[in-house]
Design a binder for this molecule. Structure first.
Ligand code: NI
Length: 208
C-alpha cells in the first residue's frame, strides 16, 4: 500500500494540487486522485513490481510451508523493493510470487505477515488508499477501524497483532492481495471502471 500524506486534513496547497492533477489527467470524478509517482531508487536486490492489469495480481496465494533461508532472503528483497518505492506495504503477488507473504512498515515499525488470518474486526474508517501496483492512483476505501490479525513470523512462530487506523488499513490491503483482491474492488463500479480504463490505457497505450 502507499500512503497519501495529510489524510483527513487538506491544506489549501493540497486542494490546489488536487485541482491541478484533475485538470492534468482530465478527470472529473472527485473521489479518484492521480498524482505523479516519485522517482524510484533502483537498488541491486530490487524485485520488479507488477502493475495492474498483470494476471499475478488476481491470483490467490498459497500458504508458506517452509520457513527457511530462501524465505528470509526473499523477505529481504521484498523489503528493499517496498522501501525503494516508498511504500508502506507490499505483498508477494505484487512481485509475481504467489505465496502468503506480506509486509507493512509504518512509523518505523516493520510488520511481517506470513499466512495472515483476520481474527476480528471492529468499527469503520474511510480514507484514501493507494497501491504500488497502481502508481499514482488514490481513492477513498472504507475499511474496519481496528483489527486483530494472527500471522507467522520468518521462523514460523505465530504473532498476534492488534492494530488500528492506517495500520489496520494497510494490513487489510496487503491481506487482500494474498487473496487476489485489489483495492479497486472495494470501490463503486463507476470508480473501479474509471481506474481500470486509466490503467489499461497506460499499459496498452489505447483505451482497452
Ligand atoms: Ni497494494
Amino acid at each position: 500500500m502507499r500512503e497519501r500524506k495529510n489524510i483527513g486534513e487538506k491544506t489549501d496547497l493540497d486542494l490546489e494540487r488536487e485541482e491541478l492533477s484533475r485538470e492534468e489527467s482530465g478527470q472529473e470524478e472527485p473521489g479518484i486522485k492521480e498524482k505523479k509517482s516519485k522517482t524510484k531508487t533502483v537498488t541491486a536486490g530490487m524485485l520488479k513490481v507488477k502493475i495492474y492489469p498483470d494476471a499475478a495480481l488476481k491470483e490467490p496465494s498459497a500458504d508458506v510451508e517452509e520457513f527457511d533461508e530462501n524465505l528470509a532472503k526473499f523477505i529481504d528483497k521484498m523489503y528493499e523493493t517496498m522501501s525503494a518505492h516508498d511504500g508502506i506495504g507490499l505483498a508477494a503477488p505484487q512481485v509475481g510470487v504467489l505465496k502468503k507473504i506480506a509486509m507493512v512498515e509504518f512509523e518505523e515499525v516493520f510488520y511481517l505477515l506470513i499466512n495472515p488470518r483476520l481474527i476480528s474486526q471492529e468499527g469503520m474508517q474511510d480514507g484514501d488508499e493507494g497501491c504500488l501496483s497502481f502508481p499514482g492512483i488514490y481513492a477513498p476505501v472504507k475499511r474496519p477501524l481496528r483489527v486483530t490479525v494472527a500471522a507467522c513470523d520468518a521462523t514460523g512462530a505465530e504473532v498476534v497483532y492488534n492494530v488500528e487506523g492506517l495500520l489496520a488499513r494497510a494490513f487489510l490491503h496487503e491481506m487482500d492481495h494474498l487473496e487476489g483482491k485489489l483495492f479497486i474492488e472495494h470501490l463503486s463500479s463507476l470508480k473501479r471502471g474509471m481506474i481500470r480504463k486509466k490503467m489499461y490505457k497506460r499499459s496498452t497505450g489505447s483505451g482497452y
